[in-house]
Design a protein around this ligand. Structure first.
Ligand SMILES: C[S@@+](CC[C@H](N)C(=O)[O-])C[C@H]1O[C@@H](n2cnc3c(N)ncnc32)[C@H](O)[C@@H]1O
Length: 320
């Protein structure tokens, strides 16, 4: 069977780690490939599918509309496309699961079939223009809208904004759009995780995070002039910022030691009224994040004031 996976980001990494045998994949497809190969398979541009025999395309990206349109242009019939990452929507665009039964993991398919819940825009969004685009909201509506709500309260809170764990810049783009006046520190290796820290993590997860580029992140930001990149391994890259204060921090380093380093650096520097968003605090696959918080709270001898979010990855909102 000629099976193609469309996407080479986290969605594809997760799919291969948990729901699809790598040996079944002929090649990956990506319109903006960062490398010629992914998990040992070639990465093709969409145009290279033209004229190939295609039995099945599993879409592992959330850009479902764009990819559906491109596939149609390439003459790939709808019946050959399966959307493995469209369950943020209120409908399931996969009418037929038969083609992927036995190919994709059964529990994964059941999770895609589960009914979705409606989420309504808050009133301020209905009444006014938002600085966010539809695309910003595609990944995790609750996480991004909550960020917007928090930023609306930060006007009188002093300090810079920062993100530890930027990856391809999706969330950094939102912070830049919502806090256009603030200095925005962006900390990432831009080459993925430290190898020893990521030992034991899935191969797909690790390789997908290598595909980041600082230049591309900067080109995405609406206010690049306010961004200060700190490439390299945190906390080494925080040197010289000891006197800085922060109104907003996105801590999204995924792994335990780096998360702990982030808490140790940022929590004492959070302004009163400021907020630290601890991403993946309630993600069972990344249990090191919650452990890092427990260790930090044991170190300082107190619980931090915090509110859990019901977003996709279980962010914890820590208050300064
Ligand atoms: C989940 S991704 C970040 C996703 C991003 N915040 C978003 O929402 O689009 C995690 C990132 O953390 C980075 N990272 C983890 N530990 C780090 C450390 N100690 N120093 C620098 N970067 C680190 C990895 O390179 C990876 O790009």
């Amino acid at each position: 069977m000629e099976l193609y996976v469309w996407g080479t980001g986290c969605g594809a990494g997760d799919l291969l780690d948990h729901a699809l045998e790598a040996s079944l994949v002929t090649a990956f497809v990506d319109s903006e490939p960062l490398s010629d190969s992914f998990l040992g398979r070639p990465v093709l541009r969409p145009e290279e599918l033209r004229g190939r025999e295609v039995d099945l395309v599993v879409v592992a990206s959330r850009r479902a509309d764009e990819i559906a349109a491109k596939a149609a242009e390439l003459g790939i019939g709808e019946e050959k496309i399966f959307f493995a990452r469209d369950n943020w929507r209120l409908f399931d665009r996969n009418r037929d699961y038969a083609a992927v039964e036995g190919v994709l993991d059964a529990a994964f398919l059941a999770s895609l079939r589960a009914p979705q819940r409606a989420v309504r825009d808050p009133l301020w969004v209905q009444e006014k223009n938002s600085a966010l685009s539809e695309r910003d909201l595609e990944n995790d509506y609750v996480r991004v809208r909550t960020l917007e709500a928090i930023c609306r309260r930060l006007a009188s809170v002093p300090g810079a904004a920062a993100e530890l764990g930027v990856y391809r810049g999706g969330f950094a783009r939102c912070i830049s759009a919502l806090l256009p006046e603030r200095t925005l520190y962006l900390f990432d290796t831009f080459e993925g995780f430290d190898e020893s820290e990521a030992e034991g993590e899935g191969k797909g997860f690790v390789e997908a995070h290598r595909g980041a580029s600082a230049e591309r992140v900067i080109s995405l930001l609406p206010h690049p002039e306010k961004a200060i990149l700190r490439p390299g391994f945190f906390p080494v890259t925080a040197a010289g910022l000891e006197d800085e204060r922060f109104c907003l921090v996105s801590l999204d380093a995924d792994l335990e030691e780096s998360t702990l380093a982030g808490l140790r650096f940022f929590v004492p520097r959070l302004s009163r009224g400021g907020v630290l968003l601890l991403h993946d605090w309630d993600t069972p696959r990344l249990a090191g994040v919650a452990r890092a918080l427990e260790r930090y709270e044991a170190e300082i001898g107190q619980k931090l004031p915090a509110v859990p979010l019901c977003d996709v990855n279980g962010t914890l909102v820590i208050c300064g």
